[in-house]
Each structure stands twice: as structure tokens, then as C-alpha cells.
Design a protein around this ligand. Structure first.
Ligand code: ADP
Ligand code: MG
Length: 340
């Protein structure tokens, strides 16, 4: 059982500037698994940008070209669970052996291994064995290796051996093609004006883009509503609102660090340098504003601070944004970036 989803094919993975490198690398790996320098191939990017789809597509393509090869797709979460079970049942060696005889191993969402030292350790050994034997490893992650946290250095250095390719948010043209492709496959006709409206307003996440179009199709076929621009507006609004509510603390830290051109590590560090302190306070302020997390939880996620520090940060940002013009601009700019 390879666990591959045949619908997640290359054919259905539309190409654009946002994914060209990752897609081409995926094709190269599929043509010669284990035989390129893209080993491991690590695909990284934000939520809903196609990591899982592309990882499957590579597996599906390899299985098609090389039916004799064993290809296995597994999420890092399931891998971890299997490992824990194997330890409980005293068959850790069987677990390792099972993975060492695979030709193409695809592990999705490796950021899940953060802090799980036992699983990281066993994966390190499996990885080395596969790599030495010319087997292909494909990984996906929500972050680039440099930004991964609580992953052992020796494993991170392995992740960097091959190619890390980023999936970015697709541009407008690509979003339109993704929607049209989906409509075509579902045999649905939709006015181009509406397709473009949806593509124009949902920008950062392909899953939401598809979700909006699926809602539209459902409304029209089950509720027999005509697909009008008004209906499209209502649906898009719901999706855009949901996205805003779902902003994560990780994402906020990333956006704030990017804005000040620093690493998330720097933002979280203990330093008292003024611009870094301000960046950290802004991240805390936005985490309070846009997430449901408690002050304590915000503090622990932003550089292991306590709730009083977060409270102080929120007050400081409130004050400064009324008294300091430059600071007010920071808040406005970051607000815009967070609510794309
Ligand atoms: P991730 O794993 O990065 O969160 P997924 O692979 O689950 O994202 O993709 C979310 C949805 O968007 C899936 O239904 C996938 O088929 C679709 N998708 C993403 N990128 C593309 C693309 N370039 N072309 C077509 N569909 C895409
Ligand atoms: Mg995924």
C-alpha cells in the first residue's frame, strides 16, 4: 500500500512562477528517483499551497514509470505514531527495517517532528540508510530548514543536502488556471467574470480558493441558485473572514520578522536591542489581537516569556501607536500584511 492519491497528479498541479522550481525538481526526481542531486527533495511553504499535492504527484509519477519500485507516502504524524507503537510493542527494529527497504520515501509535514527526539533519532538512521543506498527521500515542511525549530542539527544538515524548493502563493493568472482546471474536471460552467472575482480576492491559499469555488458550485446545484457575482461576493467574504480568524502565532511572528528583516529566532531572542524588542512587542500585540490564545500561551510561543511581559507589550504598543508616528505606521503596515 503506497498511500498515494492518484488525483494528486502532476497533470492537475498547475504550473506558475510560484511553484515552477519545486514542480520541475519534482519532475526531475520522478524521472530518476535517487539519481539526481535533489536528494532529499524538500518542498516547503505555507498552508494550502500544494505541498501534499506535489509530494503525492511525485510518488504517483514514479509508480507509473517504475512500477517495481516501492513508494511510500506517510505524514510525519503517522510516522511518529507508528514509531511510538513499535517501541511499546518492542518491535522497533522491525519498524526501522520496514522503512529501510523502501525505494522512495515521502514524509509530509516534517515540522511535526519538532521536539520529538526519539522519532528524529530513528528517522536519522533510516534517512542515512536510504541515502547511502541511492534511495530517494522527499520531504515537505511548512518552513525552510533554516527556520525549523527543535529539530536536531544533524537532521537539519541532512535536510539541506539536497534541494529545498519553496511553494509560494500563486499569482493571479495561476489562480485563474487552477480554478478553471477544477471547474473543467468537475464539468461545471462558470462565467469567467466570477472565476476572476474569486481569484482576485482569495490570494494566499489554494485550498481556500478551491473551497470558495466548491461552495459556489454547491449553492448553485443544491440550492438551485444562479451563480451571480453577488453570490460569489457573499461566499468570498465568508472565506476571507475565516482566513483572518485563523491567523496563527507562528504566522504573525513570521510576518513581523519579515517586515523588520530579521529572523524569527532574533525576534524571540533575549536581546534588549530596541528595534528587536519592538518587533517582539508587536508580534505579541498582534497575537493578542488576532488569535484566541491566552497571554501565557502567547508568551510561551514568542520567546518563552510570561504573561505579564505580553500584557506589558500590548500596552506599550497601544501607547506608542498613539504617540509615535513611525510606530503607528508599523502597526498599519503589519495589519495590512496580516490581513491579505
Ligand atoms: P499543503 O499540503 O501545502 O497545505 P495541499 O497540497 O493540501 O496544500 O493543497 C491544497 C489544495 O490546493 C489541494 O486540493 C491541492 O490539490 C490544491 N492545489 C495546490 N496547489 C495547486 C496547483 N498548483 N494546482 C492545482 N491545485 C493545487
Ligand atoms: Mg499538506
Amino acid at each position: 500500500e503506497s498511500q498515494l492519491n492518484p488525483n494528486y497528479s502532476f497533470e492537475n498541479f498547475l504550473e506558475g512562477d510560484s511553484n515552477r522550481l519545486a514542480r520541475s525538481a519534482g519532475l526531475a526526481v520522478s524521472a530518476k528517483p535517487g539519481g539526481t542531486s535533489f536528494n532529499p527533495l524538500l518542498i516547503f511553504g505555507g498552508v494550502g499551497l500544494g505541498k501534499t499535492h506535489l509530494a503525492h504527484a511525485i510518488g504517483v509519477e514514479i509508480k507509473d514509470k517504475y512500477p517495481e519500485k516501492t513508494v511510500l507516502y506517510i505524514s510525519a504524524e503517522k510516522f511518529t505514531q507508528q514509531y511510538i507503537d513499535s517501541v511499546k510493542k518492542n518491535n522497533r527494529n522491525d519498524f526501522i527495517h520496514f522503512y529501510q527497504i523502501i525505494d522512495v520515501l515521502i514524509i509530509d509535514d516534517v515540522q511535526f517532528l519538532s521536539g520529538k527526539t526519539g522519532t528524529q533519532d530513528v528517522f536519522f538512521h533510516i534517512f542515512n540508510h536510504l541515502h547511502q543506498n541511492g534511495k530517494q527521500v522527499i520531504l515537505t515542511s511548512d518552513k525552510a530548514p533554516v527556520d525549523m525549530q527543535d529539530i536536531e542539527q544533524r537532521l537539519l544538515s541532512r535536510f539541506k543536502w539536497g534541494l529545498s524548493a519553496e511553494l509560494q502563493s500563486p499569482d493571479f493568472e495561476t489562480r485563474v488556471s487552477i480554478l478553471n482546471n477544477k471547474l473543467y474536471r468537475d464539468g461545471v460552467d462558470m462565467p469567467e467574470e466570477i472565476v476572476e472575482y474569486v481569484a482576485k480576492h482569495i490570494k494566499t491559499n489554494v485550498r481556500e480558493l478551491e473551497g470558495a469555488i466548491i461552495s459556489l458550485i454547491a449553492q448553485s446545484s443544491f440550492n438551485k441558485k444562479e451563480i451571480t457575482l453577488d453570490l460569489a461576493k457573499q461566499i468570498v467574504e465568508k472565506f476571507v473572514k475565516n482566513t483572518k480568524r485563523e491567523v496563527s502565532i507562528d504566522y504573525i511572528q513570521k510576518v513581523v520578522s519579515d517586515y523588520f528583516q530579521m529572523n524569527v529566532d532574533t525576534l524571540q531572542s533575549k536581546t534588549r536591542k530596541r528595534h528587536i524588542v519592538q518587533a517582539r512587542q508587536l508580534a505579541m500585540f498582534f497575537a493578542k489581537k488576532y488569535t484566541k490564545a491566552s497571554l501565557a500561551s502567547i508568551g510561551s510561543q514568542i520567546g518563552k516569556r510570561d504573561h505579564a511581559t505580553v500584557l506589558h507589550a500590548c500596552k506599550t504598543v497601544d501607547n506608542l501607536s498613539t504617540t509615535d508616528k513611525q510606530f503607528k505606521k508599523y502597526v498599519e503596515d503589519i495589519t495590512k500584511k496580516l490581513s491579505v
